[in-house]
Design a protein around this ligand. Sequence first.
Ligand code: 4H7
Length: 231
Amino acid sequence: MSPLKKLEIDILTLFPGMFTGPLGESLLQKAQAKGLLKIRLHNLRDFSQDKHRKADDKIFGGGTGMLIQVEPIWRALKYLGAFKKGKSRPCVVYLSPQGEKLTQDLVKDLARNKRLILLCGRYEGIDERAMSWIDREVSIGDYVLTGGEIPAMVLTDALARMVPGVVKEQESVENDSFYDGKLDCSHYSRPAEFMKMKVPGVLLSGNHKDIKEWRKKDALEKTIKKRPDLL
Ligand code: 4H7
């Protein structure tokens, strides 16, 4: 028996319908079909005790906007076993613009968990009292979005790639841009010449040592030119 490392992700959101497209296609779909990845969507409204299934409310002290209430979050986290003690406790991640910036290193770190709960912020965010149950607050970059759902999809995609077997060649995961802190080298496919633009000869030479050296140099040059901050 192969040691299947499965990743389980529970997503808490007011808009579960937003996820069906991205998670139901391509690699993420295949990973779920193979049992390598289990994604469960939960509507925060289902954890509301309000007769209208409301999970948001006005902000104390006045001002515009609404907040996700503390009680539905608490009920949802309790239901998902977030308050249990021990190793089986899932890691609770809150997607917000105030979080730690998502990088490949953070993805690798989070991928060490067997179970993750992703809480998607909406409106002005969550009641501050819910912050005590959050293990990691993560932002996908310094820009403003309408909700944490797209960040949760971004994180889910990046995490799924780290599960052995999801990406066909594990080598390709490790050779990717950012994995070793540099950009990827240039790639070419047929035809060898298009409108007088030629593929670098070395790549057609069949000399694997030369090709490896060329790629290393190309990746370095690219990084210097496009993202010197990475070096
Ligand atoms: C939590 C708290 C993530 C979630 C506040 C979420 C950007 C990111 C949100 C907010 C997000 C990111 C409240 C911030 C309304 C914007 C106008 C949802 N935006 N909101 N504000 N960079 N928005 O990862």
